[in-house]
Structures are given as structure tokens and as C-alpha cells.
Design a protein around this ligand. Sequence first.
Ligand code: AGP
Length: 607
Amino acid sequence: MCGVVGYVGKEQAAPILLDGLAKLEYRGYDSAGVAVFGDSIKVQKCEGRLKVLHKKIKGGSSMSGTMGIGHTRWATHGEPSDANSHPHTSAEENVAVVHNGIIENYLELKDFLKNHGCVFTSDTDTEVIAHLIDHYHDHDPLKTLIKVMNKLEGSYALGIMFSENPGELYAVRKDSPLIVGLSKGGNFIASDIPAVLPHTRDVYLLNDKEIVRLTADAVKIFNTDEEPIKKDVYHVEWDVSSAEKGGYEHFMFKEIMEQPKAVRETVRPRVKRGKIVPDEFQMSPEDVKNIDKIHIIACGSAYHAGVVGKYLIEKMARIPVEVDLASEFLYRSPMITNRTLMLVISQSGETLDTLRALREAKRLGGRVLSVVNVVGSSIARESDDIIYTWAGPEIAVATTKAYSTQLAVIYLLAEYFAVQKGIKNAEQTAAFLDELAKIPAKIEQIIKNTENIQFLASQFAAAKDVFFLGRGIDYAVALEGSLKLKEISYVHSEAYAAGELKHGTISLIEKGTPVVALATQDELFDKIMSNIREVKARGAVVLAVVPENQPTAEQFADHVLYVPKTIPELTPSLAVIPLQLFGYYMAAERGCDIDKPRNLAKSVTVE
Ligand code: AGP
């Protein structure tokens, strides 16, 4: 996944491009570059973080021109290097291109172009696009781009400049996100809204295969039939600071601290006079009874939220639930009918595995409800129904507040389905919602006292392997705790259903092995305590996460982290918080780059 920016207007472009790229570094940060159109197209690009490029072009002052494109890269084709960084150009810089996505047929196109005399200087798929545009260019950019789009297979968000067309910036997208920023001082393209927020709150959210021509004072959008498209302006409500660190050392810590607000703002608009109103997603009791299965598809932490969803929807609403990794769903001939409700969960709404699984599910006849954090994202726009999580922009690669708001939506849906099926009455729902309304304050209680967690993380900082155990819904949370730890601290970790450990993996437990045991379910408490005894007998050092009403855990575990008591269904929202903090502090102890972990990107828009 990469970050794309572009600008055309009255100001010098290079400094604007650098500022925009700084807001997109979370999308990829192994190399960066800009192309600025002064009296001709000039390119400056290099391997390394954005600050290397910034220094190379003296903050942009060494490049003059009021139009340009910029790029920050997360390598897919070709290792990070000066030559592989974007922008890429055709011969004599006739065409300059920046690209986010993957061209799946780039090798055959590259052969075709080589046979037509093209000389390549990089290993990237993007350079193929630049030469292809130049190859087909017949002095009409719109026609050329439509022709090229018909040749490309894969995903792309492109910023393009033609040396013949000064003052005209072009953009097109398919599967990868791209927005257009509108302002009196000029117009912008960007992979994500924060890049344009310092200049404008008014944006166009581009759909697939829309082609944009931007000049300093006009933006025109066309479809692939060359017909102009009229679009509504989306006015961004959230403020620039919410996309900034706000005084915290890391975005991740800021976003952990924002969870009470994020959960509150996600739940509140969906509860009206004691009833659950999931926005426009309405299903009559007959509709709900007609659902033969709910099929959840997602990746990473969103998948872990989906596993919680399986436990809860089956327990509360008695509807069969399957939960699938999106990348697996695509290739296992899933059994979907028009009575299947697909639940697609994604923070970014751009994860390509999930987007492609969504399309496959729709092709098979499923109705798609998506739970997404980014308004107007590709997954949102291709769903039949959407319930947005109102977590606000999440910048840290490791998700926290978005995951917590996904849980909140899952609680609401499970209760909604139970009501529609006549399993829950108004009084029971009122009690459920009353407890749900207390969750933000209970999260607040945990994040206000992080010292003990920080201390424990320092004790385990040198660990080579950490195991997370849980039973039932605690197992689903253990999955998330394990991912948080490994993705930002680079410590190997596994989450295990506690009852399964004895069937093999317990052989890995040895003296000093850290084990984090979740024991929030009273009905399973004794069983998990016996699992703790099992691993302690083999030398493990156990950190238990238990509700405040379970002090007996101290007789079994070496360390106990208490979370406020709540009803069993809502414990994931509380049990996950110490695990997020544990991972954060372990990573801090180990000097890791917490917001931008190695090899990772915030939204994975490649398969
Ligand atoms: C979570 O901390 C990870 N960054 C990653 O697993 C993420 O959850 C996954 O890539 C899915 O992203 P999405 O929610 O934007 O679709």
C-alpha cells in the first residue's frame, strides 16, 4: 500500500506535496518522490523515509512549478531503492505517474512494450503504466487513459501528468482509494483525506474507473464513456488535530486513549428510546428469521472482532455464524445463498482481500452489510448496507479504537437480531443497553491506570515467545492480544484455545515462558485456572486478566490484571485494553517503531 498526492494551483507545488506525503507516511514509508511541472516535468525521488527526500529537495525549494504529483511507497514489486521509487516516467519524461496498487498483468505488458522499443529502469509495475500511457498517447489524455485502463488488470490509484498538458493533472482509480480535494487555492488528489485537510474539507470520493482532470480552478470527472459525471461534495467533519498526535508520543497510544469516546460515539446514534436502530440497515422479524447463516469475512484484527461476533450472535440470536479470513474465503468455494447475510468488517474499507471477498460474496447472491471506519471507502461503497464505526481517523498501523468500535457494532447487531427473532424482550434489551452504555467509562478506568501494565511489560520485554490463552469469547480476545504484541514488538506470540494447549503446543512451555491467560467468563473461570496450573507446572510465568470480582486468581497466577466487571457478552471490550497496552509497552521497551512497524502498512491494498 502506498500514499499518492497531487496538486495543481497557484502555489509552488513541491512543499505542498511534501506536506501531503507526511500525512500519508503511515501508508508506506520505504521510499518517496515527487514530480513537479515547471517549464517541464522534473522528478526527484529516493529510497528511505520522507525526510530523506525532504532534505534532497530542500523542503521543496529546489523545485519550481505549480503542479505536481508525489508518492510514499510500501514496496510490492521491486525492493525499496531509488530506481524503484515513484514517480515513474516514460521516455523523455513525456508522462509521469504515481501509483498505489498492483498491476497483475504487468509482466506481459512489459514484454509488449519492450517489443515496441521501451527501455525500463526499474522492477516496478508502475513504470509499465507510464510507458503504456506514453505508448497509447494520441494527444488526448482522456482517451489515452481510457485505453490504458482497458489494458490494466489489478488495482490502481494513479496521479498522472503529460508533458504536453501543462496545468492539467489527471487521476484515475480502481480498487485503490483516491479522493479529490477542492479549494480556491488549487485542487488536490490524495490516497486519504488527512493529506488535504490543511487546505480543504471539501472532497470528492472517487469511484472505480472514474477519470479526473484537475486544473488550478476546475475539476472535471468522466466515466469510461467519456461522459462527464456530477458528484456531490463530501464535507469532512473531523478536524485536522484528530489526524495528528495531539501531544501523545505515538498515534497508537493516543488512539488507545480515544477508545471511550470512539465506543460512545459509535453506540449512541444507534440507540433511540431504548431501541436499537442500526442506521439504514433494517431487517424485519421475517427478514431475520429468513437468514440461514451470517457469514463474517475480514482480515487481521477485524477478523478477530468477527470471531467475537460468531460467539455472540450464535449465543444471543441463535443464528448460525461462519467467520472466515477474507483471503481464505475467496478460494474455498464458499456456500453462500440469497439467504446468507454477509458481515464484512474493515477499518480502512480498502483491504483488497476483504474487498475481493465482498465481491465474490455478492456474485454468489449474498446480501452484504459492512462495518467500516472510513467513510466512502471502497468496501463501504460496494456494500448493500453499511454501519460505520465512528472511531475517527486511525493512523497507527496497529488498530485499537477501530477494533473496539467494531466490537460495539457487533454487540448492537447481536442484540438487534435477538430482538427481531423475539428472543429478547424490551426489558432485557434495556438492561443490555444500559450495561453497554457503561462500557466507555469502564474502559476509562483501565486506561487511567496503566502503570502496572507498563511494569509487567518491562518484566517480559526480553521474552522470545508469549502465549495468550482463553476459552470461549476470551479465546477471540486472546487472538487480538497476540496480534497486537507481535505486530508492534516483533516478539513471537500465539493465541491458543486454553483447552487445546494440552494437545501439543504445551510442549513449548518451559521455565520462564510468559503466558497471558484471559479469564473473564465466570462459568469458565475454574477451567482456565486449571489451565494456568498446567502451564505453571511446566515453568510458565502467568499474567491473568480477570474481572475485579475474581481475586482467587491470585492463588494461581504470578500477576493479575483486573478489569471492571460487566456482563459476559461485553467483556471483550474490557479484556482487550490491557492487552493493547501490554503490546504497546513491550514495543516501547524494545525501542520499536510503534506507529510504523517494519514490513506493515495501515491498509493492505494488495492481495
Ligand atoms: C491490525 O492491528 C493490523 N494492522 C491488521 O491486521 C488489520 O487489522 C488488517 O490488515 C485489516 O485491516 P482493515 O480492518 O483495514 O481491513
